[in-house]
Structure formats: C-alpha cells, structure tokens
Design a protein around this ligand. Structure first.
Ligand code: SAM
Length: 188
C-alpha cells in the first residue's frame, strides 16, 4: 500500500482515478504526515525540481525513511538530449522567451553534499532519453502546458504550441534524470 501526497487537489483526483487501491492525501512534501522511520521506500515523480523549500523536503524524506530504506526521485533535465532535441527545445525557449528553468535546478546540479547532510547517500544518478510522440496538436499543447510557464503569458504559450505543432507526426526528446538514494545513519 502506498500513500501519495500532492499540494494540488487536481493531481490527487487523477492519481485516485489511476490507482484506486492506494491512499492519496493533500499536503506538503515539507511536512509529511507520517511517523519517523515508518516507510521503506519514498518515490517522487517529476517533482524534486520544484519542491520547495528543498532542504525541508529532504529532511522530511530522511525522517520518514527507515535506515536502509530507499528513495527514488525522477525529474526532467537536459542530460540525455541529442543535438536535434536541443535545437527543438531551443526553438521552444525562443517562442516562450523563457529559459525554461526550474527553481531547484542550480542546487540539484551537484546534490551529493546536500543529500549527505540529511543522511541520504546517492547510489545512482542517471539521465535517460525518452521520445515523446506528438501524434496531434493536442499532445503538442499538453507538452507546452507541462512546462510551468509563468501565468499570463498566453501569447508566448500560443507561439510555443504553434512551434511544437510543426513537429506533429514526429517526436521530441525528453531527458529524465533519476536519483536513487539510500537512508544511512548520520554520524553523531
Ligand atoms: C510536474 S508535477 C508532477 C505530478 C506527478 N507527481 C506526476 O508525476 O505526474 C509536480 C507536482 O509537484 C507538486 N508540488 C509542488 N510543490 C509541492 C510541495 N511542496 N508538496 C507537495 N507537492 C508539491 C505540484 O502540485 C505538482 O503536482
């Protein structure tokens, strides 16, 4: 049995629909409603890049994990993109006039010291490329809407959707980074 948590009620509706047997609760990753050392595994999907404040979130992950437990976190990054992918993402960046960065990008560039400070040893840090097929303009629009563009930039968003729609029938590369962490005892 898993307990899922998100700050956004709409995400919880989708999660409950997809996995009715598990429990999903509204809350912040910086204050997990679970006892200390009570879980063996923590999974974070496509969120570490935005979870804030990251230090408090990592402290909570370490607190709820039993010593020896595992945390796995996935997030978007550019690590495994091909040159062709980079050109396409460059086009989208130009269209939205945004660098397409996430709040925790800088600190996650080399997170081992931060993680070790919370008793989380970094076992694996791998980026892998996935091709996202763009079969129709609706998927192209969904890709742009997943980029957390600032509110109010409707014209920039429409330009980006138009740019991505030119690749309908093809695919765009997405690079997903996966961190695997082990909860270790902190030295006194
Ligand atoms: C890119 S979405 C990923 C959603 C989902 N985990 C998935 O894989 O499809 C990032 C999610 O992080 C959630 N989020 C951001 N800050 C959070 C926080 N402090 N605590 C819990 N969830 C948070 C947002 O509400 C959003 O649903």
């Amino acid at each position: 049995m898993y307990v899922g948590l998100d700050l956004a009620p709409a995400e919880l509706v989708l999660a409950r629909r997809a996995c009715p047997v598990h429990r999903f609760i509204l809350g912040s990753a910086a204050a997990l409603p679970l006892p200390t050392g009570s879980v063996g595994t923590v999974l974070s999907s496509a969120a570490l890049q935005v979870l804030s404040p990251l230090d408090a979130v990592l402290a909570e992950v370490a607190r709820v994990l039993a010593v020896g437990g595992t945390a796995v976190a996935t997030m978007p990054d550019g690590g495994a993109l091909t040159l062709g992918d980079r050109l396409r993402w460059g086009r989208l960046r130009l269209a939205v006039r945004e660098p397409l960065r996430f709040p925790n990008d800088a600190v996650l560039r080399d997170p081992s010291d931060l993680l070790a400070g919370h008793g989380l040893a970094l076992l694996d840090d791998t980026s892998r490329r996935f091709g996202l097929p763009l079969p129709d303009p609706a998927v192209a629009a969904g890709l742009i809407d997943s980029l957390y563009l600032p509110d109010g930039g409707q014209r920039d968003r429409d330009r980006a959707v138009a740019a991505a729609s030119r690749w309908v029938g093809d695919s765009i590369g997405i690079s997903v980074r996966r961190l695997v962490l082990r909860r270790v005892r902190l030295r006194e």
